[in-house]
Ligand binder design. Structure first.
Ligand code: BES
Ligand code: MN
Ligand code: ZN
Length: 511
């Protein structure tokens, strides 16, 4: 596992006294030094002002200027980073420049970096009021995202190092109006969430021939060794006894045995009902007999990113010792074409007793999730949230910026939207109206597993809604957000930040 092991800390002493290899300072458009940059400018006789006056940097968002030698301060070098117009500098821009600053710090001669960007946000800003230090937390998560590399499967270790130097130490300074205790708490949260995002990215990026259901089960057992988490693995024989005919019908076409992974973290009161996360863990989705076309089929190794986000969130919440009870449930299987695989027209019986006509074997996610959702009732959830790369239709509807969100409880939906808004790991609600349910009618079973061409994301959620009983339930369709395509192909670790933020807020005693 290649989670960055950079040391991340707070900087509280005067910037001019800081000994480091690189000091990152912000410049707004046009040629406007940020307050920390002004302080440094004074200490070095207006060197920064004269450089920007000469036109070296205007402050356009993302532009950078490395100043290799500078006298009057103890830092070896300065990186000026453009933040765009000050009036337009919001959370999205802030996260972008934090990411950029850390990426630019990855040079072999830079071991210790100090980043002053969190100073730009006052703690009473916007969302900060209810979440002191949330911006500091996000700078830390951005740092983890910038430092993350997938190099587990590159053979040349020396080359690995040269390609990806990482600073050993990163310090963040912050607005003096934020009290040190809140700052420290925000830093710790950022580290836990950053590590959780990295874990989700790593699991997502691993290929299907390594990251199969058994591998995921082993990961859950490993988490239980490192943290106060109890892991239980249900094998196919036990699933058989429970009557999980939908889940097992998918796994029948694969040589890899399915696993139902359960991770329990008990940070809350004994009788407190848990938050239950259910993550789709399809370690490779070939489509089954309804085989997918060859183009980009490799990306179906990412079909377990819902489960990866459950791993990341459970790890993060346990590492921060969050006072809440949390259960992560992961149904894991492959979906392959095979002589014993599901065939279009087959009818299977789910654990709930409801029968399903499988009209398309590629709509397998809902088949493994429905049994996991039925099983989840045993934990008497306060809320159930499932996370799944469920439909191509959500990519058509929302692209790669927003996760699709549907649910049967408006308060839960609003809380999740808000958590997405605060972290910029955003979701967007789609309707789950009764009228869509008819699309799942079947002539041969209680329901079909597909609802036709129209509103594919909604009918997929309609299908799941039939298995959530009276529980408050929400569904996150992350097919568009869980990984990037093209040159930057790779898992994003979404929506670990959204889920962690939701749980942190929920765990906070309401005042
Ligand atoms: N894992 C896919 C969803 C998916 C497709 C995610 C493309 C990202 C990109 C899922 O199992 C699936 O195949 N869904 C089908 C459902 C359809 C057959 C109703 C889809 O979206 O095409
Ligand atoms: Mn599929
Ligand atoms: Zn799938």
């Amino acid at each position: 596992m290649t989670i960055p092991n950079t040391e991340i800390e707070l900087v509280t002493d005067a910037l001019t006294d800081q000994l480091c290899d690189l000091l990152v300072l912000a410049v707004f458009d046009k040629r406007k030094l940020s307050p920390p940059a002004q302080k440094i400018d004074q200490a070095c006789d207006g060197k920064l002002t004269s450089l920007i006056d000469q036109g070296e940097l205007d402050g356009k968002k993302g532009a950078t200027l490395l100043i290799p030698e500078i006298s009057g301060i103890r830092a070896q070098r300065i990186l000026l980073i453009g933040c765009g117009k000050q009036g337009k500098f919001g959370l999205t821009e802030y996260q972008e420049v934090c990411h950029k600053a850390i990426s630019q710090s990855c040079r072999s001669n830079i071991k210790h970096v100090i980043v002053t960007l969190p100073e730009l946000v006052s703690p009473d800003h916007d969302q900060g009021k209810d979440n002191p230090g949330v911006y500091l937390e996000q700078a830390v998560v951005a740092a983890y995202n910038a430092l993350y590399r997938f190099d587990a499967l590159k053979s040349d270790r020396s080359e690995k190092k040269n390609e990806a130097p990482q600073p050993a130490r990163i310090g963040f300074s912050f607005d003096s109006a934020l009290d040190p205790k809140s700052a420290q708490a925000a830093l710790s949260r950022g580290i836990a969430i950053g590590r959780g995002v990295s874990l989700a990215r790593e699991l997502g990026n691993l290929p299907g021939n390594i990251c199969n259901p058994t591998y995921l089960a082993d990961q859950a057992l490993a988490l239980a060794k490192a943290l106060p988490i109890t892991t239980t693995i249900l094998e196919e024989a036990e699933m058989e006894k429970l009557g999980m005919g939908a889940l097992l019908s998918v796994s029948r076409g694969s040589r890899q045995p399915a696993k139902l992974i359960v991770m329990e973290y008990k940070g809350g009161g004994k009788s407190e009902q848990p938050v239950v996360l259910v993550g789709k863990g399809l370690t490779f989705d070939a489509g089954g007999i309804s085989l997918k076309p060859a183009g980009a089929m490799d990306e179906m190794k990412f079909d377990m990113c819902g489960s990866a986000s459950v791993f990341g969130t459970v790890q993060a919440i346990a590492e921060m010792k969050c006072p809440i009870n949390l259960v992560g449930i992961i149904p894991s299987s492959e979906n392959m074409p095979d002589g014993d695989a599901n065939k279009p027209g087959d009818v299977v019986t789910s654990m709930s007793g409801k029968t399903i006509e499988i009209l398309n074997t590629d709509a397998e996610g809902r088949l493994i999730l429905c049994d996991a959702l039925t099983y989840a009732a045993k934990f008497k959830p306060a809320v159930i949230i499932d996370i799944a790369t469920l439909t191509g239709a959500v990519v058509v509807a929302l692209g790669s910026h927003a996760t699709g969100l549907l649910g049967n409880d408006e308060a839960l939906v609003q809380d999740l939207l808000q958590a997405g808004q605060i972290t910029r790991d955003r979701a967007w609600q789609l309707p789950l109206w009764e009228a869509y349910q008819d699309q799942l009618d079947s002539n041969f079973a209680d329901m079909a597993n597909i609802g036709g061409r129209e509103a594919g994301t909604i009918t997929a959620a309609c299908f799941l809604s039939r298995y959530t009983g009276d529980y408050n339930w929400a569904h996150l369709d992350i097919a568009g957000t869980a990984w990037k395509k093209g040159k930057l192909k790779g898992a994003t670790g979404r929506p670990v930040q959204l889920l962690s933020q939701y749980i942190i807020t929920r765990a906070k005693p309401q005042t």
